[in-house]
Design a protein around this ligand. Structure first.
Ligand code: OGA
Ligand code: NI
Length: 364
């Protein structure tokens, strides 16, 4: 890849002035400015050495049939638990089919997000802010480390459990989002029963240990407008999710990439499926058996993409550590992570370095 300096010769784009950048509220506003044919250079991410291009997978993301998890047939159940274990261990990502959440609810919630992002800016500005503990937050992607680089993404992030918060506009969206949050929470809890078993525990182990009754659930909607130079911009840079499991849907445009065996792969979700991934706290609880996998979202020049990520994590006051049963006994290995309260973990993310990196212990 060409070094950054030659890139700026080929690309005459100017960085925005500090005052333009500080007024930057959304990518949507930028895209709607007349005659935009190239991106301001403070959106150009292509020279970042951590970000290599994606290749085609030589293998496919596993598919898990949710209906088998609730099967009364013990043989089917043990097979699906083995499949779940393998999917979490080898990929940390899978597509979930036959999950029982209706197609119409999935469409309504995506439509609601679209309408939210189309609200006049003044109405969205009510939710603007940097405080990660704000229950409803609207904003645009910005690199927290330098605050000078922008990502090609606007977002709405809402804490929907244990307390349900949500914007009152557009009309009807709040009710749809409440139903969607409830249904996705049920799906994740059922999956976590299976994951408890795949780790060798009884079904309710994770639910009890992580206090899921008051578990933190987030509704995170992402808007990726069409981008005139998609190869230069980045929607969301490589990151891991901090909860236990995340469910993701999108409006069938594509753009999610995951890291697998050290390479980036495109994920093309099956229609009406959930893309599920394991998060940091499942990595800690499982003592590293299940890894929290890096993923990112790239952008395109053809269509606006909307995705909704719904992670469920422990309750904020839960101190998460590797399950004692996995670090003791003959088959166990030493604890590979330090314990930390989930709330403190979230606060620690603020400086831009993944908190999981602080907690990993050097285990032989
Ligand atoms: C996220 C996320 C990916 C996508 O919101 O955490 O990883 O495809 N989104 O939008
Ligand atoms: Ni994510």
């Amino acid at each position: 890849m060409a070094p950054a300096t030659s890139l700026s010769v080929e690309n005459p784009n100017q960085a925005e002035t500090p005052s333009q950048a500080s007024k930057r509220i959304s990518v949507k506003t930028l895209v709607e400015s007349p005659g935009l044919t190239s991106i301001p250079s403070n959106y150009s991410y292509a020279s970042n050495p951590d970000e290599s291009a994606a290749s085609e997978p030589d293998d496919t993301v596993p598919i898990i049939d949710f209906s088998l998890l609730t099967s009364p047939d013990p043989h089917q159940r043990s097979k699906i638990i083995r499949d779940l274990d393998r999917a979490c261990r080898e990929w940390g990502f899978f597509m979930l089919v036959n999950h029982g959440v209706s197609k119409s609810l999935m469409k309504e919630v995506l439509d609601g997000c679209n309408q939210f992002f189309n609200l006049p800016m003044e109405e969205k500005m009510e939710f603007e802010g940097k405080d990660i503990w704000k229950p409803i937050r609207f904003g645009t992607g910005v690199d927290v480390k330098i605050e000078k680089f922008f990502f090609w993404r606007d977002f709405l992030k809402v804490y929907v459990h244990p307390q349900f918060n949500f914007p009152q506009k557009p009309e009807g969206f709040r009710e749809v989002a409440q139903e969607y949050s409830k249904r996705t929470r049920e799906v994740i809890k059922e999956l976590l029963k299976g994951v408890s078993e795949s780790l060798g525990f009884e079904q309710s182990y994770i639910e009890k240990a992580m206090n899921l009754e008051s578990g933190l659930q987030i509704f995170a909607a992402n808007l990726y407008p069409m981008c005139p130079q998609p190869e230069l911009a980045m929607g969301i840079p490589a990151h891991t999710d901090h909860g236990l499991l995340t469910l993701l849907i999108e409006n069938e445009i594509g753009g999610l990439q995951i890291q697998h065996n050290g390479k980036w792969f495109n994920v093309n979700p099956l229609p009406n499926s959930f893309v599920v991934n394991t998060g940091d706290h499942l990595e800690i609880l499982s003592n590293g058996r299940y890894k929290s996998i890096k993923h990112r979202a790239v952008v395109n020049s053809k269509a606006t993409r909307i995705s909704i990520a719904v992670p469920l994590g422990p309750s904020l006051d839960t101190v998460v550590s590797p399950a004692p049963e996995l670090i003791e006994g003959e088959s166990g290995r030493p604890a590979a992570y330090l314990p930390m309260k989930y709330k403190d973990f979230m606060d620690r993310q603020l400086d831009g370095k993944p908190c999981l990196d602080y907690l990993r212990l050097p285990v032989a």
